[in-house]
Design a protein around this ligand. Structure first.
Ligand SMILES: [Zn+2]
Length: 296
């Protein structure tokens, strides 16, 4: 080594010692450590900590303890949750292009409060699911909806009343699992199984249990009817509902996607953003999620 380089080396060592003595390097070394130490690496094997240990004992102790605590906190490993299913109680059955929900293996849905959740013949709620924010909106008798949907319903009522001269009426909003069971069973026994499969949701598979679906009529009527689509009120709602966050959920052209026949009276709240998107793209909720009815 030449004398010139020897001098530089001596100066470098002196400078390093000074830095260590003042503790500056400790701070730098620890901050560097924080940046580069992955959670799985122990702090005591890091070169930065060896350097830090040479600095003032008091400050080193504090920072090292901190760094160690941080370093040994391993990120929890979250396994991909296995979906739970409700197994079919009979083998695959279809009626005129509509699946029998009892023959479907339905994935269990646990709603997280989102208003865009998909529930249909293939995605089921559990028997005990009840939304925790149900309220009774105006123009709805005793019926209930989730708060956000209820507020949107009232706004839509006001706009409809102002523009058409007649409001809407909520005949059926939230329905419990057990009420839905009664309705499906009654439809199957009194009408026919084929009718129930295209018109009635099986227990657990109804959006009404979400508190986000509603069957409506013109104000003054309490009858659920296909004719709703021919009324001024029905047509206004069909054309304007997306502005309030609703979609007409079951439309004839989507019956093979949704698994249900045309329903003029059934509306679903999904929020203004998604409702507008679906309306602009003329798209069913199933197509949006790429979860259309599975044809045999
Ligand atoms: Zn309905």
């Amino acid at each position: 080594m030449s004398k010139k380089y020897g001098r530089y080396f001596t100066r470098l060592v002196t400078l390093l010692c000074l830095l260590i003595a003042t503790g500056t390097f400790t701070i730098y070394a620890n901050s560097l450590h924080d940046r580069i130490a992955p959670v799985s690496v122990k702090a005591d094997v890091m070169p930065s900590d060896q350097l830090a240990a040479k600095a003032t004992e008091e400050s080193t102790e504090a920072t090292t303890t901190e760094a160690t605590t941080e370093s040994i906190t391993e990120a929890p490993v979250t396994p991909t949750p296995e979906p739970e299913y409700v197994e079919p109680i009979m083998k695959e059955a279809w009626y005129n292009g509509y699946s029998d929900p009892r023959s479907v293996r339905a994935e269990i849905v646990i709603p997280d409060g989102s208003v865009t959740v998909l529930v249909n013949k293939y995605y089921t709620l559990t028997e005990d699911y009840v939304p925790d924010d149900l309220v009774n909106p105006k123009h709805a008798g005793e019926q209930k909806l989730r708060k956000e949907a209820a507020e949107a319903y009232e706004k839509m009522y006001d706009a409809c009343k102002e523009e058409v001269g007649q409001g809407i009426y909520l005949i059926s909003g939230y329905r419990s699992f057990s009420l839905q069971k009664t309705l499906f069973t009654r439809s199957m026994n009194k009408r026919s199984l084929a009718f129930a499969c295209k018109r009635n949701a099986y227990q657990g598979r109804s959006e009404h249990q979400l508190g986000l679906a509603m069957d409506i009529s013109p104000e003054g009527s309490t009858v659920i009817s296909d004719d709703f689509g021919k009324t001024k009120v029905g047509q206004w709602v069909d054309n304007n509902c997306h502005k309030y966050g609703f979609i007409r959920r079951f439309q004839g052209q989507w019956s093979k996607e949704t698994g249900y026949d045309n329903e003029a009276w059934h509306y679903r709240y999904v929020g203004v953003e998604l409702a507008t998107y679906l309306t602009e793209h003329d798209m069913s909720l199933e197509a949006y999620y790429d979860k259309c009815q599975v044809m045999p």
